[in-house]
Design a protein around this ligand. Structure first.
Ligand code: SF4
Length: 241
């Protein structure tokens, strides 16, 4: 669902842009490609409209934080969309998502200089601390060596930008094949080396997708205590479009 939502309480806008199909597009639990386009003109014009609507909203409402999603890696958006976004990102807390292979000192530094945010938060979908869950079960295509590279990159970026740049990771739960003990370990371990964890409750949209599994109260309680956010895929925020 592309468009924008606004949360009065947190002064946060979520902007969901039209994206190209993710260059990986092989994770077992993902069907974002269904909302993607191959048509660059359509992508640019649709996103221009969404960004314009966001600008209008920002004239009416106080906005502190903007989360920008495009159903894949932010760095796969055309540069013109990134430049359009720079009209709304100045001095705001900006969150984007990316696969790790797009993250480097250069790509992050360039993005920071273009968006000029108050803080840039990079959300990365490692999903699990365990290589076999990440790659054999979920087919993320992100090896442990890549996790180590990102943690080294985080340290380097911290020494240059301090807390102006944060790296946070997703942990997936409620999906068959990932037991609750491993979810807890992932959250604990990631919390030691990242700026925080967002727990994402898996949702199955199609027959062919992996099955959802019930989540215990104890796990939910643990996640609420130890994660920046627990995304249960239900939303009561104000939907604009
Ligand atoms: S990397 Fe993200 S967008 Fe790409 S297939 Fe995996 S979950 Fe989907």
């Amino acid at each position: 669902m592309i468009g924008i939502t606004y949360d009065e309480k947190t002064k946060k806008i979520v902007v969901i842009l039209k994206g190209f199909t993710c260059s990986w597009n092989r994770c077992t639990f993902c069907c974002f490609y269904e909302e993607a386009t191959r048509d660059i003109d359509n992508l640019i014009s649709t996103n221009k409209e969404i960004i314009k609507k966001t600008e209008c909203l920002m004239k009416e409402k106080p906005v502190d934080r903007i989360s920008i999603f495009n159903g894949g890696s932010f760095f796969e958006l055309p540069l013109s969309v990134v430049y359009d976004l720079s009209n709304i990102t100045n001095k705001k807390i900006i969150e984007i998502e990316s696969r790790p292979e797009f993250l480097s000192k250069d790509s992050i530094g360039h993005l920071f200089n273009t968006l000029k945010p108050r803080k840039l938060i990079l959300r990365i979908g490692f999903e699990s601390i365990y290589d076999d869950i990440r790659n054999d079960l979920l087919n993320k295509g992100i090896k442990d060596s890549e996790l180590r590279r990102i943690l080294k990159l985080r340290s380097e970026m911290k020494s240059k930008f301090g807390n102006l740049i944060e790296f946070i990771t997703y942990v997936l739960f409620g999906i068959e094949g990932i037991d609750e003990k491993s979810v807890i370990t992932s959250v604990r371990e990631f919390n030691k080396s990242f700026d925080g964890v967002i727990a994402i409750k898996y949702k199955s949209y199609h027959e062919w997708m992996p099955k959802e599994v019930k989540v215990s109260k104890e796990l939910l309680e643990f996640l609420r205590m130890n994660c920046l956010d627990v995304d249960l895929t239900d939303s009561d925020i104000w939907k604009i479009d």
